[in-house]
Design a protein. Structure first.
Lengths: 390, 390, 390, 390
């Protein structure tokens, strides 16, 4: 159960032991965040980088050495079962999330899992059920939610400054699959990725829509496979058929009545991190894009037509937790800093009981939107999103 | 028939006589354009401003004096039947377009009509049929199509520079109806406007989608009435129920297979002329918005990842017909200049037989998209767009 | 004398007769403006396009026909001495301005002259003296001053909204001389242009600095000739030595104590109409560039650090005289529209006695700044600007 | 001497011991960077956070605990003389830099000092002389130079892609002193700060000008004190006279002949991190501002006037060392990441002998530009910059 990990915390109040699975893009990102968080956020306990797992033992050992983990393993099961570990962070390919998380939950660990949570909503549901039964804390890596600019957007919306939300126009476009020469990987396989860009990037913009607007009640989606086949990585003269969408678009209706569109693409030439939204309220608007992650554009009808316009607010120390990183405005956070905030949020949840969001249940709700989109596309009709509220 | 107008042209090759109906926003815009066009485009014949019609005879007379029309009338029928007039320009409220255009066609006039062409596709069809039977030239005032930046976009697309189009993300957002205190007008009445923002602004972004991408084959639309009632203009303490949409969103599938989203809103706080699109091709992308009408953003995968990026092209004399207005790049055209280009296009069609686009048939096709959107919204299902090709 | 022109006005209150010298870029721009102004501004009298002069009689005749002038001449002296003409508009090369203007003044005409007024401050002084002695109205073509966005900037500054001005950072950069293959023209000749870019473009940004901040009291300038020789137009294998600056930069001190920098370049690769300023006040800032001529960026410390930012105000009908062109905000004016406003300003000055700015005296003050910059560069020292206040 | 520190390196090849002085804004920034660097850059040796010094022993102890330093001290002399320490990082107020650095040098430590290096050029010279005599490595914290976007700019310039540089227009504007209510601090004291914004922010833009263009040979400067008195921090009803500039502007001439302007302001309302430059070359241009630190705008005359424009390049893994932080383009680095790169540069210099830039001698050259600006302002004349090349 959870006793062992928490026992450790009792033995040494000031420390949590971290086990990290994965050494790739997200693995490194997590490692950097665990290293930085206690220095950025002085109220946090120490985070002891205990064990790093990678299927290749040499990679695991080298990465552990680089990232400052005390030990390494090529067997993630060893890691998740280690009684000394409090937090298991999972950054493996999507199809491994569920087994790893469930094993960690069974061992009583708090689980910090990269997104999307599982291959489908059923998987997310199972993970949620297990975690809640075990009473462990969970957090899913929708890091863009932790941007001070997004927290500012949320504050503005909650304050009523721009009135009632009437429209959401969101997208997450990148071009990592734009070239037809990009090889076939697990991302193009239905079995290994579960879904295509609707899940990979779509889930990010869905997570923002939920956070800022409301839960999505129904969708009408259209999913496309733009690049229909790709060369095999190890035998480029052969091609494999792409099985999942690389371009997705949907109409959405929120529970409270607002409507809008959500799109995702991995073939949007020129877009690198175009996670963007335009939120229209009855008294104003917000515009954001992650390529300019340190600014939020705000329009309010509040100083008369000769003076009103979209205002570009640069984040600064009045937009927490920017102040933890820098006391001067406009200096700017980076992508990796968002993960540091996410880790601090996770640790606050573990040590103080701060509600974690998105926890597994929230991520399950996101997965239900993705699933509804897939069904809607298949059936060419408006499709209700299952409501996962407990 | 058409004889009288064309007879005039025979009598005096170098001149076309213009009758204009309407003295409001668009009436003034047309008047300025007819005045300017022959000076901007030296190849054009003279345009004689013959008669200006407004329902109020004093307004008609004053406006005729201001705009330089030789005569005025409060009876548009007099104008359209005047044998001396070659071109009838219609800028009246939407519900009058059809009757005026049909009368002008019957009198053999070339007809230059503001958009949307009619209250619905059936009206547009009737007008098209009449005009084609009469052999008169027609043009509909989708002025944004005449922007040199849009012609540049079309050139880039036609050249194959950005490959095959895979996605269109378009919108036309303004906020002229954002305030709930804005009174009820003919625009909020189903009988007088035919449809709401899906037709008023939606038709602009549809016209751009058609021009740049392809014909739209099917839509799945969601139309909303955000502000549900409005005060009466003459009795503000009373409210009338708004009958047409002020916010529209739709998924679209083009005939050739590209897909995307199209949205329109008259309640998008802060947006004044946000007619915008992002076109993704297999080798690059284009981004435009009419609030920056003198620039086009172009991305191409052509100089390597360390040098590629969205390029902001300022229009200039290499982007015709910018050169007719100014020999120096980056100086910028304005909204009213687009109408001057439109008038020149019209006159070229009349005098040289240049194909006019969008003529009534094209505008009918646009109206079919709008009608399909309305049906789709009512039936909550994917709806094919009628194909109006002759 | 002046009687004839004004006599004409008496004979026909509602009309002013215009003679225009020059058919090039600025000639066409003036012609379009004279055609449009009375329709855009209904309060104006009729503007009768009487005579167009060009040194080539065929060009003059064709242009007169195109632009709608009643007559043409190849002899500008005929035009300026024609008793029927009220306004003489001068768009010839710089070295001809003085002789033409003085002849027109002697004939009692109101003179509307393109910038820079003369080849040097001495010339500008002579022209000013002549005009003021004759009592004619004068206006110099610093068209960017007439932008509604600039009027908005002036309103904001005058209102005290951004406090006391402490700094001006201005530039006018273009790249029309960036290519070393661009031939030698009168613009590169000291005798014919008087000065280089410091006068050609520098005078524009100086005109904005004066309008918005204050008179410039002293300058410290550095003028450069970046491209040192250019091919002859008719014999490209031969090169001529460029005699005037194509890049200028100066420190400035305003009379009231504010300071700043002003720069001009004709070799700024990629800049097409980068007439730009950043004005810092004690309570806020303004930022503008002419490539986005329909917007002004405003910062004010007025809603707290978590909400303050630069606001992009799109011009609209609340920013006169935008409303004369269009009743809807954000639709945008173009370069040529500024000349229409300028012509209206001229005519208001003639018919209503509205003070004209920049008249010859103001343009003389601008010329004194340019002259001071040239002396400062030569002597490498701070140089006071002559004060031309009468 | 230096032996001890290097001896440590010999004892344990894989580790350098770090002593950090200061726990404020820059102290935390350094601490985070030392923690992160070995994980971001796997080739680096371990960096052992040995001792943290702050004048307040409690602050020192708490910060050491938070940042992960093994020990703390309230006496910086203890730190710099500790034989176990290899690197001394100095983030104290400017007036302490020299004494601390000289003591550290005397103890044979490598010195990593925040900018500006000393209170004046004489101080910088003394520090340089001492460091070079001792043979220690030095680096000064001009962190913006380490931005991958700046390295990209340097690559573009070195490649000749935009030809020969003809103009530099640079500024560093912030508004941290814009409010007259901001109290008097050491920054407003001549004795403690040496100079005002010309040194504080001016040195940053000077450092970029040197890196990208050339050494500055001569300046003509104008320094202003905009806010002339400020309240005392502990007795706000009393005011102290500000002794140093808060707004600076200068003309500059580079050794190779290029010219331009450099400005700095701490009272530029609305600017938070507006460290910006426009570099004009004979074949293109570069534009950058630190508020958008992850992008560089590039113009080249290379695809014809109908396709040329400023291209916004988002940094990515093809722009090293961005790839060390993230394998995907456009995700963005933040302010603190630049310090991580700076630390890696420092360590490379220590362990591999990579030339460090800006070392003390380079920073001395920057100080000479600042000193020349101060003299130029006082004497109101062009002033040559001392050349510090050894």
């Amino acid at each position: 159960m959870h006793d062992e990990g928490m026992g450790l915390m009792t033995r040494d109040k000031g420390q949590l032991n971290v086990g990290l699975i994965g050494t790739g893009f997200m693995g490194k990102c997590h490692a950097l965040a665990f290293r930085a968080a206690p220095a950025v956020f002085p109220h946090l306990p120490k985070l002891n980088l205990a064990t790093l797992a990678d299927i290749d033992p040499d990679v695991a050992r080298d990465a552990a050495d680089t990232f400052g983990f005390a030990g390494s393993t090529s067997d993630w099961r060893t890691l998740v079962e280690d009684p000394a570990i409090d937090i298991v962070a999972i950054t493996s390919p999507n199809f491994l999330h569920q087994a790893m998380a469930e094993a960690a939950i069974q061992a009583g660990k708090h689980v910090y899992c990269e997104k999307p949570l599982a291959l489908d909503a059923a998987g997310a549901k199972a993970m949620t059920t297990a975690a809640e039964a075990a009473g462990v804390k969970t957090l899913v890596g929708y890091n863009y939610l932790h941007n001070p600019a997004i927290k500012l957007a949320k504050d503005i919306l909650d304050s009523g400054e721009i009135g009632e939300i009437v429209h959401f126009r969101g997208a997450h476009f990148e071009d990592y699959l734009a070239s037809p020469d990009t090889p076939f990987t697990w991302r193009s396989s239905k079995a290994q990725s579960g879904a295509g860009v609707v899940a990979d990037l779509g889930s990010h913009i869905i997570s923002l829509a939920r956070r800022l607007v409301d839960e999505i009640a129904a969708v009408q989606a259209m999913l496309e496979i733009v690049v229909k086949e790709r060369p095999l990585a190890d035998k480029p003269e052969d091609k494999a058929t792409v099985e999942v969408d690389d371009q997705a678009q949907m109409l959405v209706r929120f529970r409270g009545g607002a409507t809008g569109t959500i799109e995702a693409s991995a073939v949007a030439a020129g877009r690198k991190m175009y996670l963007t939204f335009e939120i229209t309220g009855s008294k104003g608007s917000l515009v954001f894009d992650q390529e300019h992650m340190n600014e939020l554009k705000l329009f309010r009808f509040d100083q008369g037509p000769s003076r009103d316009g979209f205002k570009t607010i640069l984040t600064g120390p009045t937009h927490p937790p920017y102040d933890r990183f820098c006391p001067a405005p406009g200096h700017g956070l980076g992508f990796n800093d968002l993960k540091v905030i996410e880790v601090a949020h996770l640790v606050d949840g573990i040590t103080n009981g701060t509600p974690l969001d998105p926890d597994f249940r929230s991520a399950w709700q996101i997965a239900e939107v993705v699933d509804a989109a897939i069904r809607s596309d298949a059936e060419r009709q408006w499709t209700d999103v299952n409501d996962v509220r407990s």
